[in-house]
Ligand binder design. Structure first.
Ligand code: GLC
Length: 611
């Protein structure tokens, strides 16, 4: 297979694979028959030439994104579709890196088989690693990366994710989420880098990691700043709810990370499901076109969220009016996973009757095609399998372990019970999250909601503890704490939340530990042994009442596959340096609680002990 610098097979090779006689671009020595096929020409020139050759149907197809399970390769060719996505957990069989690359190339070949050979762009939610792919490296979720306050590390993580994503052919990542989570009840709090915009703004380095210094370089993947605008500010932390703020507050709290991402050249922006003062973002022309594209000068393209256009009128099933409202508001690429044929019919009609001006269609196409040219998709449309071995490779797992250690926040350490001695020790480990890759990874892991058990290769926190302990140290594990006695020198309870994603993670009632966790900790305490609680959760939990009975508390957040990083901190191999990116309330009744709001927290934003 032809090796290319960017991680894609050359068009020539693609032609050979297709068995078609594609015309050579000038870079291959022969003159390109059409200017848009000539990589030596400026992108703007290529876009203009290509658009001059496109039919209306080809332009409408470019604006349409279908889900892989609802579209065939033949559909892609027949309807000239511009993009395919994998929803959370939507994977080929086998769900391996090679299986993904084969799937990607199959769709791409179908896109190239159209008269103008416009390559499709494939999007996934690689939000903490290439998390749909079994065997991929799963990094800490954003709340843990926020605790590191380390822009350089986060850029390195973006680069590693881009390599694994490229190794499967995929060229578009619906990440980073730049939400500023203001109410910890929100089920997407863990997708936030922190409760104040400064943290997310500083960590937009992940955009550079994903895209590279410029699009089209080695393993360059289009990044997505999401969800624009105010998704983390809804009243009550209600997912997809209403953000009731003045414009000044909306701009001050939620806009800066998007400004930072735009300054870094982010190629796409995804619109939020939420509303601003009662108006759905998916139909908000002032915010999407006036502010984002106009005032901020965003030159990439805007993608809707999953069936987001269907929410504009509050009724189920999208309508012609909703299609017009979204496209006229400034949505360029419409994520219509299953009903994409209906979308195309309505879009064509709304252009035909003048409700959507052709100038808007052309603007959307210009934005989308510009990014496809800049990514190099026209020259290198197929996967370069040189990146495939990076998926779940040792180098990325080592980086992830480093990130896990740096994300740990030590909130209590009475009597210096931590760090644990590695030798001549006797340690009891308990808790439902101690030996469970699924639990320590959280949502968006192999499946949309995540799950329990060893659903992908990795190191559990217990396995990390066992590996870190020396040969003269005993480590005993029982999930409920059964069997502990006074001969143990320390007990570690790894407790917290089980996986969830989006609205299914909204907590409208208690935010305390569940009964099993509380019983487990009580069992450990009854033995009279110092208890160290390791909290695996997507947000601060309501633990103030129990904290006095604990000797130590370590917030591990959602560390991902490399649980060894938690053990590194427990044994002092790496001292804890994390700082909580969220204010930690004394009670759920304080929600929302954020820095500067005058409430007295249990731990302020930025708190974290070390040794
Ligand atoms: C989801 C999420 C969004 C994700 C998209 C595609 O509903 O809101 O973050 O990128 O759909 O999976």
């Amino acid at each position: 297979m032809t090796r290319t610098f960017r991680g894609r097979v050359s068009r020539l090779t693609a032609a050979a694979l297709l068995g078609t006689t594609l015309l050579l671009p000038s870079s291959a020595g022969a003159a390109a028959p059409f200017p848009y096929q000539d990589p030596a020409l400026p992108v703007a020139t290529r876009v203009a030439d290509l658009m001059s050759r496109m039919t209306l149907d080809e332009k409408l197809g470019q604006m349409t994104q279908a889900e892989r399970g609802s579209v065939t390769a033949a559909d892609l060719t027949a309807y000239r579709l511009g993009s395919v996505l994998s929803g959370g957990g939507s994977a080929p069989n086998p769900n391996t890196a090679t299986g993904w690359a084969d799937m990607y190339d199959g769709f791409q070949r179908a896109a190239l088989a159209t008269p103008l050979g416009i390559p499709m762009i494939y999007g996934v939610d690689a939000v903490h690693g290439h998390n749909n792919v079994v065997g991929a490296t799963i990094f800490p979720h954003n709340i843990g990366l926020g605790a590191t306050r380390d822009p350089v590390l986060v850029e390195q993580i973006g680069r590693a994710v881009a390599e694994e994503v490229s190794g499967t052919g995929v060229d578009w990542d619906f990440a980073p989420c730049l939400c500023v989570a203001r109410n910890d009840r929100w089920g997407r709090t863990y997708e936030s880098f922190g409760e104040t915009p400064d943290i997310a703004s500083s960590l937009t380095t992940i955009v550079t990691g994903l895209q590279g210094p410029a699009l089209g370089g080695p393993a360059s993947v289009l990044a997505t700043a999401k969800h624009y605008l105010g998704d983390g500010g809804t009243t009550g932390g209600d997912d997809q709810g209403d953000t009731q703020l003045s414009e000044a507050e909306l701009r001050a709290i939620h806009l800066p990370p998007f400004q930072a991402a735009i300054q870094r050249g982010v190629g796409s922006v995804m619109v939020s499901y939420s509303s601003w003062n009662g108006v759905k973002l998916h139909g908000h022309q002032y915010l999407v076109t006036g502010l984002l594209k106009g005032e901020l000068g965003f030159s990439g393209f805007v993608v809707s969220d999953w069936n987001g256009i269907d929410q504009i009128d509050g009724q189920s099933g999208f309508t012609a009016a909703e299609v017009s409202a979204a496209v006229n508001a400034g949505v360029d690429m419409v994520m219509v996973p299953t009903a994409w044929k209906n979308f195309l019919t309505l879009l064509r009609a709304e252009v035909g009757n003048g409700h959507i001006p052709l100038s808007r269609i052309d603007d959307a196409n210009r934005r989308i095609l510009t990014k496809k040219f800049e990514l190099g998709l026209f020259e290198r449309p197929l996967t370069d399998r040189a990146w495939t071995p990076t998926v779940g490779g040792a180098a990325h797992r080592a980086l992830a372990r480093q990130a896990v250690a740096k994300s740990q926040v030590l909130l209590k350490n009475a009597g210096g019970v931590l760090p644990l001695a590695r030798d001549n020790n006797k340690i009891f480990v308990a808790g439902k999250n101690a030996d469970d890759i699924g639990h320590q990874s959280g949502g968006w892991t192999v499946s949309w909601q995540g799950g329990s058990g060893n659903l992908t290769p990795g190191t559990t926190i217990l396995q990390g503890i066992r590996a870190a302990a020396g040969p003269t140290t005993t480590v005993t594990y029982n999930q409920r704490g059964t069997g502990i006695d006074g001969t143990y020198r320390a007990a570690i309870a790894v407790v917290g939340e089980t996986p969830y994603a989006e609205g299914q993670g909204d907590r409208t009632g208690s935010m305390s530990l569940d009964r099993d966790d509380l019983r487990t900790i009580a069992t450990l305490r009854k033995a009279g042994v110092p208890v160290i609680v390791v909290l695996v959760s997507g947000r601060p939990l309501d633990i103030a009442a129990e904290l006095p009975g604990w000797n130590a508390l370590l917030a591990a957040w959602l560390p991902g596959t490399e649980g060894g990083g938690v053990a590194d901190v427990l044994f002092g191999v790496v001292p804890p340096t994390g700082k909580t990116p969220m204010t930690w309330g004394t009670s759920v009744t304080q929600q929302p609680i954020n820095t500067g709001d005058g409430k007295t927290p249990l731990f302020p934003q930025g708190f974290g002990l070390t040794y």
